[in-house]
Design a protein around this ligand. Structure first.
Ligand SMILES: [Zn+2]
Ligand SMILES: [Zn+2]
Length: 233
């Protein structure tokens, strides 16, 4: 679906897709054109004002090749052909996770209170929802999120010291305790680095208006890159 948006400087009309809603585009004349939000775009085009959910809309636009939009890197704004195929794992729209519930207890509750079953099914339906959120990111901006020696070393140290600690603990307790402390430290470092990377990835994604709305819907979404150009989650 394409909408036409006027440039107030030169009068030219720019054709934009739904994915450009809320974005700032540059007209050929150099003027910065603000694309209205999706609701306004649809109303101006005489369409029903109901909005598709961002998750569905994004999946559709990626399918037809309209995302990622434009040519600008989400990090530095320079033109780039580089795209990272990031995915938002938006599994929990509801904050309660039924996955850990004791099976017998769940069965009992469902049997005793059939009304709860529907709610539970809805939750299950939403688990595992993964939305592709391809992002334009130049090589330079990928760097800080790419593979790193620190991350690799922390992961390696965690495993090495963790396993050694278990083997040694009963024979040489002080050495076992020391190794365990190092393993914990490495684990903490790895977690901290990954958390910071998640925050950076979200900040970059939120610069795309449609992705911003997706992350509003799913504030706990975890960003991953199956291609492993970026090391995130
Ligand atoms: Zn213009
Ligand atoms: Zn960049």
């Amino acid at each position: 679906m394409q909408f036409s948006v006027p440039c107030y400087a030169c009068g030219k009309r720019l054709l934009v897709s739904e994915g450009a809603a809320g974005a700032h585009l540059q007209c050929e004349c150099g003027w910065e054109v603000m694309v209205p939000d999706l609701l306004t775009l649809r109303q101006q085009a005489g369409l029903p004002s109901h909005e598709a959910r961002p998750a569905e809309l994004i999946a559709h636009l990626v399918n037809v090749g309209e995302l990622p939009e434009g040519r600008a890197c989400a990090g530095c704004g320079q033109d780039t052909d580089e795209v990272v195929e990031t995915v938002a794992q938006c599994e929990r729209l509801w904050s309660h996770d039924p996955g850990d519930t004791n099976v017998a207890l769940a069965w009992l509750v469902h049997w005793a209170l059939p009304l709860l079953v529907k709610e539970s099914e809805e939750r299950v339906f939403n688990r595992g929802l993964a939305v592709p959120v391809p992002l334009r990111l130049c090589k330079g901006c990928q760097g800080p999120l790419g593979p790193s020696v620190l991350l690799w070393a922390a992961g390696f140290l965690k495993l090495l010291c963790g396993i050694s600690a278990v083997l040694v603990l009963f024979f040489v307790p002080w050495l076992g305790a020391g190794l365990l402390a190092v393993a914990l430290l490495a684990w903490g470092t790895e977690r901290a680095v990954r958390r910071r990377r998640q925050a950076t990835a979200r900040r970059l994604l939120r610069r795309v208006p449609l992705y911003d709305r997706l992350l509003e819907d799913y504030p706990n979404a975890v960003i991953v890159d199956p291609d492993e150009k970026l090391v995130l989650g």
